[in-house]
Structure formats: structure tokens, C-alpha cells
Write a protein that binds this ligand. Structure first.
Ligand SMILES: [Zn+2]
Length: 388
């Protein structure tokens, strides 16, 4: 009997297998699919004419070996001046970049980078002042601070060096006294502080660069600071050094929240912002509101792209698993110009890997464009445009 019964009913393992199979199918159907990167931006078409205005890209990363390539890219895309955020320091890099600046008639100019990891050395104050003086005398246009300040410089007590650490007051005060504006990247996209799962809207990027995730614990096993904590450090730094001009990289480090950036610009006259690698993000907001913000702060927003032309390859704002190609560069710049200059709706943003959505153009007035593209940078960095 029992044997017969067993023959009639499917055995337990089969039932379990069926159940599991069904569950897997259901899970597959319900599992959010990984957001694919957005479509590539189209190159400028002959009928699409952008204004012929001088342009200074205040946020690029360049390698010395690539100078001829960089000049070609500048000519091809109407960029008069590029400021190189990877200029190095007085002991390495900067002297060579000073030569490039001279040889290119000032078309490529370096920022200076700073050794923040030396903060615990007893001679740090003297070292800092000497370093910055050398940066200035070697022709650096400003100081570039990477996101490692706040997220990547471990101290002897195991904590991370904060952007608002009082021991750094002297560094930023000296930069201000020397007339070196500080291009400062603090934090990262808010999505990088959220779980790096398939439903994270920046999953494609986090999948390609797992180390860009600041969710959970850092490599030392301590909890990463939250996005809010890091942003508070940035604000406190700007507040602590009112005599220093800060250029908030990546749209003031808060492209997701333009109203927060507007409040910062209101509160701190020593702050300006640049748009490098964040047109995909700011382009998602209501175009009317963004246009009003650009017009209201027309003197405080600078053109930047975060273009990297280095020995490691080409990066158009951010990178995926594959290297960006030289023939994609015109489309990258054109998408920026389309965003700032036209009223077009629903077009591809400059950096497909940064998310599968489209952006809306601002159609800024010509006098605002002149400021954003070049005049604000000329003021902030006290630059003359090369006369070719
Ligand atoms: Zn950058």
C-alpha cells in the first residue's frame, strides 16, 4: 500500500525541486533588472549650431605624455583653456606642467595637489606653507583636493582624516592668502552611499568599480561616514576659511539637491561651483528650476567636464568596464553644450554609464553662457584667455 501510495504521489525531492524551480522563475521575474547604462549622446549634427564662445574647462585630469592629443581635443571641441586637476606637486609633476603651460601659451594649466597624509608629522605646518608657496611660484592656478580627504586618508588612530579637521585650517588659509582657489571634491554621488545592489540606479558604475561604494564598512572594518556627514565636513570647511575661494566640484558636491547648493551659495560668498561629471545628474531636475538657479547664480557656476586624458586612457566623465574612445569625445562635449544652450527635451546625457535616463536643456541666455563658459573662471583663477 505504502509503496503504491508513494508511486501515485510524486516523491518529496521532486516536489521540492518543482517548488524551488517555480520560486526561481518567480524571483527572476520579480528581481529588478540591473539598470543598463543610458544611450550614448549623439555627436553634434550639422544643423545643430552651438554658440562660438570662449570656453575654460576648469576640471580635467591630464597626463604629460598626452599633451598633443589634449590640444587636438581642445581645438576640435572649441575649448580654449583646460585646467588640469592632476598637476602634482612642486617635487613631482608641477614643474613639467609649468613648462607645458608656457609652451602652450597658457592653454593647459595645472592645479597643485597637496600631501594631506602628512598631517600627523610634527613639521606639517611648515611643510604645508612651503609646499603651497612653491605651488604658487611654479604657476599653479589653484589647489585641487580629491575625495580622499574625508574618505581615504587613514590616521594613526584608525579614523579617516576629515575635510574640516582643524589641523588643515592653515593649509586652506595659506591657499587663500596666496590667491590659490581650492577645487574641492568631497563625498560622491548619493547613490554610492546606498547598497550596491541591482536596484541602485548607479549599479552599472558600482559593478565596474566596486571600490566606489561607500556603503557599509571601509576596508579597515569601520563604518563609512554617511553622505550627510561628509557633506557637513565640506560645508564646515568652506565656513572655516572665509578668505579662501572654494570651487565646489561636481556641482558643489550635491548635484542631487540643487536647492541645498543654492543655500550654500547664498550663505558663503567664498563658494562657487563647477558642473564637472554632473550634467547627467543636474540635467534630470526640472529645467525651469535649474535655469532659474543658473540665472540667479550666473556669476558663481563654472564650466567643467572631469574629462580625463591620461596614460590610463580616456574617460568621459566616468568609466564603465570598457575604455571610452577618442571618437566619442565630440558627442561628450556636444551634450554639455546642448544642455546649457538649447531647450531640447529628453536627450542623452554626456556619460551613459552614469544612468539610464535623459536630460532637458536649459537654454541659458547668452550673457549667462559667457559667464559660465569662461568669464567666471577668468575671475576666479585670474586668467587671461590665450590670444592664439
Ligand atoms: Zn575629477
Amino acid at each position: 500500500m505504502q509503496t503504491n501510495d508513494k508511486k501515485k504521489k510524486p516523491p518529496l525531492p521532486v516536489l521540492l525541486g518543482l517548488g524551488l524551480g517555480l520560486f526561481a522563475l518567480l524571483a527572476l521575474a520579480l528581481w529588478p533588472t540591473s539598470p543598463p547604462p543610458g544611450p550614448p549622446p549623439p555627436p553634434p549634427s550639422p544643423e545643430e549650431v552651438f554658440l562660438d564662445l570662449p570656453k575654460i574647462d576648469v576640471h580635467t585630469h591630464l597626463s604629460l605624455s598626452q599633451v598633443p592629443e589634449i590640444l587636438g581635443i581642445m581645438d576640435e571641441n572649441g575649448i580654449d583653456v583646460m585646467l588640469n586637476a592632476s598637476g602634482g606637486g612642486p617635487n613631482r609633476g608641477l614643474p613639467s606642467w609649468a613648462r607645458v603651460a608656457a609652451e602652450t601659451g597658457g592653454r593647459i594649466r595645472p592645479y597643485c595637489n597637496f600631501p594631506f597624509s602628512a598631517v600627523e608629522q610634527p613639521e606639517f605646518p611648515e611643510l604645508a606653507v612651503a609646499w603651497l608657496n612653491d605651488c604658487k611660484s611654479m604657476g599653479a592656478v589653484g589647489l585641487k583636493v580629491f575625495k580622499s580627504l574625508g574618505l581615504g586618508i587613514p590616521l594613526s588612530d584608525g579614523s579617516l582624516l576629515r575635510a574640516d579637521d582643524p589641523r588643515l585650517d592653515l593649509v586652506f588659509e595659506t591657499a587663500g592668502n596666496l590667491g590659490l582657489p581650492v577645487l574641492i571634491h568631497t563625498g560622491d554621488p548619493q547613490a554610492f552611499f546606498e547598497p550596491p545592489t541591482r536596484d541602485n540606479e548607479r549599479y552599472a558604475e558600482l559593478e565596474a568599480h566596486p571600490s566606489w561604494s561607500f556603503y557599509g564598512d571601509d576596508p579597515a572594518g569601520n563604518a563609512w561616514p554617511t553622505w550627510e556627514e561628509i557633506f557637513a565636513q565640506f560645508e564646515e570647511r568652506v565656513a572655516r576659511n572665509p578668505g579662501t575661494t572654494f570651487v565646489g566640484a561636481h556641482f558643489g558636491n550635491a548635484p542631487e539637491e540643487p536647492q541645498r547648493v543654492a543655500r550654500m551659495l547664498e550663505r558663503y560668498p567664498n563658494l562657487v561651483v563647477e558642473i564637472g561629471a554632473r550634467v547627467p545628474e543636474i540635467g534630470r531636475h526640472d529645467a525651469g528650476e535649474m535655469r532659474a538657479l543658473f540665472v540667479r547664480f550666473a556669476d558663481r557656476i563654472l564650466f567643467g567636464t572631469d574629462l580625463a586624458v591620461t596614460d590610463g586612457g580616456l574617460t568621459l566623465g566616468s568609466s564603465g568596464p570598457e575604455e571610452d574612445r577618442r571618437d566619442q569625445v565630440p558627442a561628450f562635449f556636444a551634450s554639455h553644450f546642448r544642455y546649457l544652450e538649447t531647450a531640447r527635451r529628453g536627450f542623452a546625457h554626456p556619460t551613459p554609464i552614469q544612468g539610464n535616463w535623459t536630460i532637458d536643456g536649459l537654454s541659458l541666455p547668452r550673457e549667462v553662457l559667457q559667464k559660465v563658459y569662461a568669464d567666471n573662471a577668468r575671475q576666479v583663477f585670474r586668467l587671461e584667455l590665450p590670444s592664439n
